[in-house]
Write a new protein. Sequence first.
Length: 395
Amino acid sequence: MKRNKFYYFVLNPFNILSIGFLLVILIYTFNWSDLYLWETLRSELIYFVFLIIIFSFLIGLLVQNKINKYVDHKILFINYKYHKISYFFILLYSIEFIYFKKIPIINALLGKNYVYGDFGLPILHMFIVSTHIFYILVIFEYYLKSKKNKFLLIFILNLLLSITLLNRGMLLTIILSSTFLFIYYNIHKISIKKLMISFLILIILFGFLGNLRLGQYSNETSTNKSIILQLGNANDNFYRSQTPDFVFWTYIYIVSPLGNLNNTIKSKKIKPDLLNLVNLIKHDILLETIHKRIDFIGGKRNEAVLVNQNFNASTMFIGGYLEMGYIGMILIFLYYMLFSLIYIILIQKNIYRLVGLSILSTNIFFGIFNNIFVKSAFMLPLLLVLVLGKRYVCK
């Protein structure tokens, strides 16, 4: 069967990073917000972004054939008793709901104040989020492989269960990773039109969740859709474009991380030293669950200089810059590349390799917004793939 070279290219995690930052640069030129204007971006930052786009693409060429093989030769082994684990997750969710005496999605729908960071038992919550992400994606691949509707139903029910946490990061990880899995299994059938429709649905969902969460912090519940326009300083360029308000949510979240990085570079001049290197390793390479327990090592972290306190994402590079300037940013980029290369090799004979590849691609894409590689809840699913997929190694 003839390959669709476009999809094979897009499914390469390194190309995802290149395309992601290229889109950020393109969307930044829209100048829809007075907070994030193209002409305010520092020229050396623009050059840096274009360099990582080029180098990421070149590194992607090294593993393109391996990615093609993973997609063309699927080795999933279906465990038909796996669906029973859903009961276990229902129990874990119930424990948290009972302990905190609230369900996040219900609180949000009722307009009650709810801060996501205040919800969840410290260790249990991370375990729930990370294992549930892995489980939901495995169930979805079971459906794609077997075409049995029972797996689709289990997938939908678990997806609805995850929505109750109102954790946008978790939900978007599941949806984007599921989209990658869907393309893996329909690479010779799916059209560009269907892909664009899926992308638009993702934008709408992102905007809806943004409005829902924003409504918790404002009494203007009837005008939530205009609050984001006020917070993001939407200008005449946006209003003249006649773009739906919910799209501004996506726009502002795409451009604000680079804008915050740019503002931090403008405001802080960093002089690298050995202590800075220790801090970079502690805060930007080790998982959060680890560096929180060795906080006595190294010094305190500098804070990013945000353009607007409501939008605090600052790309995967912010920590690197705060510790060691542009050298730190380069080190973070090299870490992302090296980790991804090693992981792609390690999953070569793993039955869940497509699940692992989809999560890796999603985490790399989210590097546009934050350093996801230190977020335990989103990196542990990659470890689960390595550990559990090895039980049924494909020779």
